[in-house]
Design a protein around this ligand. Structure first.
Ligand code: PEP
Ligand code: MG
Length: 839
């Protein structure tokens, strides 16, 4: 029996009085609540602090006999981001009952929170509460309730090994991922675990999870340098262990690569606000003025009691199937960012941990909706209790998936149809990815959130949609009146809540000037790309979907220089069929309206693994089976893709690009298959074939490759990584992995020289093509096609139009002889200062 005492003075009440369904519905466990009158939280029993997030709004303590008790100060206080809370202990320390755990500013928290009512709940299963205090005044240290029962912390539920397991493999290791086990590596591990015929358990920090559960893995809270124990049980335990180790190795690469491409803007430092301003953090840079428009989320109501486990399980299954089908449809229609985010939501939807938890609640008599909400909120609470902002941000994704399923149970589809005024500045506590995508982009000028995270999925989407976004503005944002004209200066992290008429007029003219400039650039972008002295330079777009293609054409794309077809292949259980591929490619070709479509053969393997192509773990995937190497070792997969590509109409619109070429034999092998398929499909006329220059080997033997191909396209991202021997996703090396290093420029120069001699075109489709410092150098080296993300096209055309080719050629030759990328950059800048017209 364990006695739990009041952590502070206040008014004691049953949990039903907490204005939060999760606590009131006892989804996290049973207990009592206190409306506090003092601002010091004292330990309710002897024990060890298990979690105490940096935000300091909650603490959980494990008693000496293993029972977990959670104290959550107020409701919705996680949004305060730590403002008003001061933790006095850390996770891992042992405390005595009555010891001080957290101090909080009663006034400040009361103003920012939905309620101060503080639940004190036992989160371990099997606990029976007795001797409960009745409602009324309570003093710190007085008895609240007693607990009888065995300790089973909820997180451990799914961890037990199956009875009668044949073998066990066990391995402890230190996680070296820079971000720990966050969403992406968790997804990778879970996906690999699902394919194994073994029960795999991951353990860390005294918690455990089934390795097939993404949410469970994230909730372990594993950070860089933490120890992780992997246990595999079953006949294939050794293979399962190898699979997990391989997944972790691969996760390292994925994690770093993702950090390099997907994190929007670096958050600016928080600074003190001046009167009339709110200070926040920049999630997407930009500037906007408009009318404050609030969105209030409608809480979806669910009944608590079910109509029997069989019925409710069936209902949940039906709802999840509907949501899955809808998400898959939306995923295939969206841009690359949206595809990735929806992929994560699909992963959550099928998470075995979440589903087991929901089924358990259903078995206990709850309705499907109540159970699904209970299960997601349990996982959210586990994520929010972690001292890791990136993981806490995933709670939004879980909320999104929760809402999808609850609405499907009610027979409704997700998007809310929020009428936005012109130039709306959306104010909210937080925003879910599906809420953002349901809004009318043309009316949305900016987003301002009191909470939010700079690396949240909604921030990544906003960046892709080019909507300025401020986060972390705090509870004061709620005081901004609906309809008020406000200014969002995301670049400086400020929201002006009551700007003067003068300030609004100035802001309007700044916005007008910026809009006019980008409109002028867009209007000018309908013209073909040419340098100021008339040299033709094609400006193409890098695409991943039909939505990208539509945006590209609107921005003046003259074609697609790189269709990353791998988006069609990854994140699914089986390979796309020929007709699925043909539909996808044809739809992109149609959106391009007759412009050329350079379709890159799937660049998979290595850091883009496929579930249906299990590969033994590679010690160094970047130097292993990827690109054309994977295609050639899976001829069926390659033939299917090539057949689909050849069938796109009108014939000749598609040009094929081969990734990761190292020697001419690879091109000859692909060409042979194309010839066979041409005969099979009875097609007249050949297809234009190109080689990507991504390896030093390809750059230095371009002359040989050019005997077999019609054009070259330089993948500067990989060419830089392989020339400089620096991982393209390495965070610490990121500043030095610069394609303007003279060694990379020499590689490009070599390939361009050979292309010129052969009378064939050389393009650049890697990231350097959008770098305005690089543009004159690339043109000077002989590049005549640049392919970039759609949004970068108008400015790139303008940049090309500002340079003269003879100047570019002189500049390029000088750069080749320099010693470093920094010297190259400063030479271009110096010329700008001298008024040279290459810059
Ligand atoms: C490149 O390597 O520059 C390239 C365009 O290919 P990806 O970025 O898809 O590897
Ligand atoms: Mg590449």
């Amino acid at each position: 029996m364990l006695k739990i005492t009041a952590p502070f003075d206040g008014w004691c009440a049953p949990l039903d009085e907490v204005p939060d369904e999760v606590f009131a519905g006892r989804m996290l466990g049973d207990g009592l609540a206190i409306d506090p009158t003092s601002g010091v939280v004292l330990a309710p029993c002897d024990g060890e602090i298990v979690t105490l997030p940096q935000s300091g709004h909650a603490v959980s303590i494990r008693s000496l006999d293993g029972l977990d008790v959670l104290i959550h100060i107020g409701v919705d206080t996680v949004r305060l981001g730590g403002k008003g809370f001061d933790a006095r202990v850390q996770p891992g320390v042992r405390v005595r009952a009555g010891e001080e755990l957290i101090r909080f500013d009663l006034d400040l928290v009361a103003r920012g929170a939905k309620s101060l009512m503080t639940p004190i709940v036992v989160t371990s299963d099997g606990a029976v509460l007795t001797n409960r205090r009745v409602a009324g005044a309570v003093r710190a240290g007085e008895l609240l309730f007693e607990i009888n029962g065995a300790a089973t912390p909820r997180a451990l539920e799914s961890a037990s090994a199956p009875a009668g397991s044949v073998t066990r493999a066990e391995r402890a290791l230190v996680v070296s991922l820079s971000q720990g086990l966050h969403a992406r590596p968790a997804a990778l591990l879970a996906r690999r675990a699902k394919g194994m015929d073994a029960s795999i358990t991951l353990r860390a920090h005294g918690r455990a999870t089934d390795a097939r559960s993404v949410v469970g893995i994230m909730a372990l809270g594993v950070r860089r340098g933490d120890e992780l124990l992997i246990q595999a049980d079953g006949a294939s335990a050794p293979q399962a262990m190898a699979e997990m180790i391989g997944a972790l190795e691969e996760a390292q690469r994925l994690d770093l690569a993702h950090a390099a491409v997907s994190v929007p803007a670096a958050p600016v430092a928080e600074r003190a606000a001046r009167p009339g301003e709110l200070a926040g953090v920049c999630a997407v840079p930009g500037f906007a003025v408009g009318r404050a428009t609030r969105i209030e989320r409608r809480e979806i109501e669910v009944v608590e009691q079910g109509r029997g486990p069989l019925h409710e399980r069936g209902e949940l299954e039906r709802a999840r199937t509907n949501v899955r089908l809808r998400l898959e449809r939306v995923r295939n229609a969206g841009g690359a960012e949206r595809q990735e985010i929806i992929g994560a939501h699909l992963e959550f939807l099928d998470d075995p941990g979440l589903n087991a938890s929901a089924n358990e609640l259903i078995a206990g008599g709850k309705s499907a909706g109540h159970a699904w909400r209970g299960a997601t909120r349990r996982s959210i609470a586990a994520l929010e209790a972690l001292d890791d902002a990136r993981l806490r941000e995933r709670a939004d994704d879980l909320l999104d998936v929760e809402a999808h399923v609850l609405l499907a149970l009610a027979g409704e589809a997700r998007p809310m149809h929020l009428p936005l005024p012109e130039q709306a500045i959306l104010l909210a506590d937080d925003l879910l990815p599906s809420e953002l995508t349901a809004l009318d982009r043309r009316r949305l000028a900016a987003i301002a959130l009191s909470g939010g995270g700079a690396t949240s999925h909604v921030a990544i989407l906003a960046a892709a949609m080019e909507i300025p976004m401020l986060i972390g503005l705090g509870p004061e944002l709620r005081k901004v009146a609906d309809g008020q004209i406000v200014i969002v200066d995301a670049d400086s992290g400020t929201l002006h809540e009551t700007p003067t008429a003068d300030a609004v007029a100035r802001a309007q003219s700044m916005v007008t000037a910026r809009l006019a400039r980008s409109a002028a650039l867009r209007a000018a972008a309908v013209a073909e790309g040419r340098s100021s002295d008339g040299t033709r330079v094609e400006v193409f777009a890098n695409l991943g979907s039909t939505a990208d293609a539509i945006a590209a054409v609107e921005n003046g794309a003259e074609g697609c220089g790189l269709l990353r077809t791998e988006f069609l292949f990854i994140d699914r259980a089986t390979a796309p069929t020929e007709s699925e591929q043909l539909t996808a490619y044809q739809s992109i070709a149609d959106a391009l309206g007759g412009r050329p479509l350079i379709l890159r053969m799937m660049d998979v393997g290595g850091d883009k693994p496929l579930l249906y192509l299990p590969q033994p773990p590679e010690p160094n995937p970047a130097l292993g089976m990827r690109g054309v190497r994977t295609a050639l070792s899976h001829p069926d997969l390659m033939r299917t893709q090539l057949r689909a590509a050849l069938r796109v109409t009108p014939q000749g619109i598609v040009r094929l690009l081969i990734p990761m070429v190292t020697d001419v034999s690879e091109i000859i092998a692909v060409r042979k298959v194309i010839d066979e398929l041409n005969a099979e499909l009875n097609l007249q006329g050949g297809i234009s074939l190109g080689a990507m220059i991504e390896t030093p080997a390809a750059a230095l033997t371009a002359a040989t490759l050019l005997r077999e191909v019609d054009f070259l396209s330089i993948g500067s991202n990989d060419l830089t990584q392989y020339t400089l021997a620096m991982d393209r996703g390495h965070t610490e090396l990121a500043r030095r992995t610069d394609a303007l290093h003279p060694a990379v420029l020499q590689m490009i120069a070599a390939a361009a020289r050979d292309a010129k001699a052969a009378g064939k075109l050389v393009a650049v489709c890697g990231g350097v093509a959008a770098d305005h410092t690089a543009v004159p150098i690339l043109l000077g080296l002989g590049v005549r096609e640049l392919s970039v993300v759609p949004a970068a096209i108008p400015a790139l055309k303008s940049r090309i139009g500002s340079v003269r080719l003879p100047d570019c050629e002189r500049l390029a030759q000088s750069c080749l002889a320099l010693g470093s990328a920094a010297e190259v950059r400063s030479m271009v800048e110096r010329l700008a200062g001298d008024g040279g017209n290459v810059t």
